[in-house]
Design a protein. Structure first.
Length: 245
């Protein structure tokens, strides 16, 4: 089984780290191929960043006709529904995966993310996916995403501090980590916090493996049918070709 893991930002070191965390949790017969777009933001911390990165996500899906499943490894799930239109292979967003997993092991959870300004994005996803009533609070460690690469120990300490506040104050049973760049921190955070910690990249790997094993593919009936072929112009002219993978 091959899973294409797409880091929607362009920071190669984060892509490598996310890919290693995914491969570590994957089954022995699963091959994780971790990639990122050539163009786009180095980190995703706003609606604007997400809009730009979504184009990179769909281009990554269009380029791969062999993957059994895809994972969009950014907690905003940018371009997720567009990616699902382009392929029959399952496409899993890490936020949606984490929410599902958290509800299976707890009645309430809180999200601990990087910057407070991205909390509204997580709130929109909770509403869209139907998980708002499961989430007690969205908390931010107030660290830029790239600090997870450049100042790892300090970033880890701040995340743990916020997780401990959530444990003490929110009346929850689990914590969801709100950034794909935290994929390698799950075990360390869980040991220090003493709660189940749900991380979206690893959760998405297991959901993707399950769907592939069950023979379940993305429906092509209704709104997730392949996009209608039409010409694109300018810098997007290369997207005119219809993709059926």
């Amino acid at each position: 089984m091959q899973i294409r893991l797409i880091n929607p930002n362009t920071t190669a070191s984060m892509t490598q780290k996310i890919g290693e965390a995914a491969q570590h949790i994957a089954s022995s017969n699963t091959d994780i191929v971790a990639t990122n777009p050539r163009s786009g933001p180095v980190s995703i911390e706003s609606h604007y960043d997400e809009a730009i990165s979504a184009v990179g996500v769909v281009e990554e899906v269009r380029s791969d006709k062999t993957a059994d499943a895809f994972i969009v490894a950014c907690f905003g799930d940018p371009g997720l529904m567009a990616a699902r239109e382009l392929t029959q292979s399952p496409v899993i967003g890490i936020a949606e995966a984490a929410f599902h997993m958290a509800t299976l092991i707890s009645t309430r959870f809180s999200i601990v993310t990087t910057l407070g300004r991205t909390g509204i994005i997580a709130e929109h996803l909770l509403q869209s996916y139907g998980f708002s009533h499961h989430c007690r609070k969205i908390r931010a460690a107030e660290i830029p995403v790239l600090d997870l690469e450049d100042n790892g120990d300090l970033a880890l300490d701040r995340i743990v501090e916020e997780c401990l506040r959530a444990k003490e104050e929110d009346g929850i049973g689990a914590i969801v980590l709100g950034c794909g760049g935290m994929a390698d921190l799950t075990e360390q955070i869980s040991e220090r916090v003493g709660l189940p910690i749900v991380e979206g990249v690893t959760a998405a790997v297991k959901l993707a493996e399950s769907l592939v094993s069950l023979g379940l593919k993305t429906s092509k009936h209704g709104d997730l049918a392949y996009p209608l072929p039409k010409p694109f112009t300018g810098i997007y002219e290369h997207l005119s070709e219809e993709c059926r993978s």
